[in-house]
Write a protein that binds this ligand. Structure first.
Ligand SMILES: Cc1cc2nc3c(=O)[nH]c(=O)nc-3n(C[C@H](O)[C@H](O)[C@H](O)COP(=O)(O)O)c2cc1C
Length: 347
């Protein structure tokens, strides 16, 4: 939990049982959106917009929160939207709704997702349901424990998740030789991304002091930056690439403090593939969290094409890499990030 619980964190402050106080069907569907907005998103940009019409939600990107420098093709945006969709569907399932999902492709870069809700049963009130994990989940950028064995049952559970989508493949890597090669690749890709002036300028807008009123972006405490330094960091990122020491730290974190790397890949490179990747990651991160594991995405290796090709050659083969993340038992908890409330993203 964050020490400075400002109004920009209030999206986290509700209880599952509050659903039963909603009187109209519309209010109930708007309540489900409270779970969607807690999903992870690139730079915590929360690039989503929800339109409610009777028993339907139309979910699409919000152009005002696009990341035009780091995410020109909008892959990261649609992965984020996919994760929000998965949270929405998990919440709907808990409360006894049957859902039908359709992707309405407007043009090559635009897809609206239509979700139709039909109430078919009472709420499940199952204490093991993934809905409970939505309220706890955070991205954890700390070191993970390399010595603690992860139960094979949990890994196989996580490994089986992409089976819901025939276009998505999932690789979990813990072979030390492969990890070492991938570590080099990720460090180089991250360094190259950070050399881009426009990339850094955009990122700097989303790096926030630990104590912030903003509902969008990443406060210093969520990225492991000391309190006072968090006020200076956006300026430093703007003006120059980070010092070499940071690359060494990332290198050692990947190699020595990350038991597993996860790579999601797909058959195509369309908005639908990205949404499905986001849905799969959304489900994986919640399942991981449920079992005490944490995840930490690293997008640069996907967005920098030459490095993405290395992932393909070494791991994903005929599938196109879409999402890379660390997976393991965290050595420290990570605080929640701020959020826009459901009413701020319902249009
Ligand atoms: C598509 C996508 C890309 C992301 N890329 C990165 C990344 O490159 N580096 C990183 O540290 N976190 C990354 N994240 C994690 C987000 O920064 C994080 O979800 C966001 O700040 C909100 O925090 P939370 O997940 O703790 O709620 C990514 C998340 C998503 C969904």
């Amino acid at each position: 939990m964050n020490n400075f619980r400002q109004p920009n964190y209030s999206a986290w402050d509700f209880q599952i049982k509050d659903f039963f106080a909603c009187s109209s069907d519309e209010e109930k569907i708007a309540f489900l959106v409270k779970f969607a907005v807690l999903a992870p998103s690139s730079h915590n940009s929360q690039p989503w917009q929800f339109k409610l019409i009777q028993n339907k939600i139309f979910l699409k990107g919000d152009p005002s929160r696009e990341l035009s420098k780091s995410d020109q093709r909008k892959r990261q945006e649609f992965i984020s939207i996919g994760a929000a969709l998965e949270n929405l569907l998990i919440a709907a399932d808990y409360f006894g709704y049957k859902t039908a999902v359709e992707y309405l492709q407007n043009d090559i870069f635009e897809t609206t997702i239509e979700v139709t809700f039909e109430k078919i049963t009472e709420a499940k009130e199952d204490v093991n349901h993934l809905i409970h994990t939505i309220l706890r989940r955070t991205t954890n950028r700390n070191n993970y424990d390399n010595k603690k064995d992860v139960d094979k049952m949990i890994i196989s559970k996580i490994q089986n998740i992409p089976k819901f989508f025939s276009n998505i493949s999932f690789d979990i890597i813990n072979d030390s030789q492969k990890k070492s090669l991938l570590t080099e690749t990720i460090v180089l890709a991250t360094k190259e991304a950070m050399r881009g002036r426009d990339f850094r300028r955009e990122l700097a807008k989303y790096i926030l002091p630990t104590k912030t009123h903003s509902s969008v972006g990443m406060p210093g405490d969520t990225i492991g930056v000391p309190f006072f330094f968090s006020y200076l960091l956006p300026l430093l990122i703007r003006i120059s690439p980070p010092p070499e020491k940071q690359s060494r730290e990332l290198h050692s974190q990947l190699l020595l403090h990350t038991p597993f790397f996860g790579i999601l890949s797909s058959t195509g490179d369309t908005t639908a593939d990205w949404i499905d990747t986001g849905r799969t990651f959304g489900y994986i991160t919640l399942t991981a969290e449920k079992h005490g594991l944490a995840t930490h995405p690293l997008a640069a290796v996907i967005e920098m094409n030459d490095y993405r090709k290395i992932l393909m050659k070494e791991v994903t083969k005929n599938f196109l890499p879409q999402f890379f993340f660390r997976l393991g038992y965290p050595t420290k908890n990570s605080p929640h990030s701020p959020r826009l409330k459901n009413i701020e993203v319902i249009v």
